[in-house]
Design a protein around this ligand. Sequence first.
Ligand SMILES: [Zn+2]
Length: 276
Amino acid sequence: MAALHRRNVIAGLAGLTAFGLGAPAVWGNQLAKKSIAKPTPPPRPKLVFLDPGHGGKDPGALGVRGTKEKVVVMAIARELQRELQAGGRYRVMLTRASDSFVALRERVARAQAAKADLFLSLHADAHPDSDVRGASVYTLSEEASDREAAALAARENRADAVVSGMKLANQSDDVARTLVAMSQRGTVNDSRRLAETIVRTFGRNGVRLLPRTHRQAGFAVLTSPDIPAALVELGYLSNPQDEKLLTVRQHQAALARALRASVDAHFGSGIATRKA
Ligand SMILES: [Zn+2]
C-alpha cells in the first residue's frame, strides 16, 4: 500500500473510532474540501531525511589510514543533499548538520517531527578481516519491528507518540495497537522495496556489493513506524581499497548519484529513468 493511501486509511480508522460512525470523519471532510479546490496545486516536494552516522564524540569506524567514518559519511550526505536538491523534486534535511553527537532515537524523532517521506542512514563499516569490502543495505528486521510496535503501543510509551498523524495517547488500547501494526507493516514493506532498489541501482552503477547485500537487523535508527527507512553501509574502512575510495571526491559523488537514482526510482517510475 502506498504511504499516502495508508495514512488516509489509518486517519479514517481513527476518525471513525474517535467521533463515532454518525459524525463526519476527519478524512471525509478533507476529501470533500479537496474535490472543490481548484486548480490542483503541484505535488509537495518529498522530504528526504539524510542521516550521516555518528558524529562528535563518536567517530564511528576508523580506517587503517585513520579515516573517520563520521567524516566520510557527512561528505557523502552533503553530496547527496546537493544531488537531490538540484532537481527541485525534493526537500532535504539532515539529522545532524555538523560534527555533533546526536542519539539514535533523537535522529528518528527529528525525522518524525518533520514528517519525512524517506529516511536514509549513511554509514561505513569495519570488519576484523581486512579483505572484506563492498556496500550493503539494511532494513529493520521482523522481530525488531514487532518489538518496536509492541513497545510503541504500550500505554506508558504513548504520551507523545504520533503515528501517521494520529496521537496515540488519545486512542484506546485496541486502536493504538491496530494503528501501529498497520503503519509498521506497510513501512517495513516500503523499506524493503527501497533497499532492493538501492542494491539494484548500486549494481547497475558499478558499486561493489557484499554478497547477500540486503540484510535485516535491529538498528534503532530504523525504527520509525511510518517512514520507510534504510541504512546503507557504503563500504569497509577496514579494507585499504574501500577506505581510499570512500575519501576520493569522485567516488563520493558516484555513490551520491547512485543513491539519488535510487530515491528517484523509489518515488516513481516517472523520475526513475533519470541516469545516475
Ligand atoms: Zn556506522
